[in-house]
Design a protein around this ligand. Structure first.
Ligand SMILES: N[C@@H](CCC(=O)N[C@@H](CS)C(=O)NCC(=O)O)C(=O)O
Length: 172
């Protein structure tokens, strides 16, 4: 395996967070944009995971120059985001080829299929199936972990226990 010199790491300068007073980017001008939120409230843990997983996937494929990051303030969301970009009004979403798509798991696959770079999923169909199952399950797993961490003396619910036990059995 080729070694990577520490000097080859470049500190990334993240773009500023856009709020309700920020003008929209030139939507559908041919630029590929990944709309994200840097910080998400705990209530949206699956979305937080979604945002980071799509962002990390694009980074892993070396797409920093091809996909422009647009950070949205979820607490002070620009109205144009819902009206012009993504009616679901959630992040992440991806503007590509004059269309906007959402849902983090779909976006990871979309980025994998539409951009050159190291594949994010294994070639072996069986491993691919397992990877998809693992990714899909991560939403309910992380949500269960966070809801347990937020408890103040109450018992973990039966549903949460089942999700936690099942994922620990299957994936670890
Ligand atoms: N299932 C979606 C969840 C997206 C999601 O809930 N994103 C949160 C980010 S923390 C969001 O945009 N929340 C704002 C809202 O629900 O109004 C995905 O995986 O992309």
């Amino acid at each position: 395996m080729a070694s990577v010199s520490p000097t080859s790491f470049v500190k990334e300068v993240l773009p500023p967070v856009l709020t309700s007073s920020s003008p929209p980017p030139s939507i559908f001008d041919g630029t590929t944009r990944l709309y994200v939120a840097y910080r998400c409230p705990y209530a949206h843990v699956p979305g937080l995971l979604g945002t980071t997983r799509v962002y990390c996937s694009s980074q892993a494929q070396g797409l920093q120059d091809k996909i422009k990051l647009v950070a949205i303030d979820l607490e002070d969301r620009p109205v144009w985001y819902k009206e012009k970009v993504y009616p679901e009004n959630k992040v992440p979403s991806l503007e590509h080829n004059k269309e906007v798509k959402g849902e983090s798991l779909d976006l990871v696959k979309y980025i994998n299929n539409h951009f050159a770079g190291p594949s994010l999923l294994p070639d072996d169909p069986l491993k691919q199936e397992f990877a998809e199952e693992l990714l899909a399950y991560s939403d309910s797993f992380v949500k269960a972990v966070y809801s347990s961490l937020r408890l103040k003396g109450e018992e973990v619910s039966a549903d949460t226990s089942i999700i936690l036990m099942h994922s620990l059995n299957v994936f670890f």
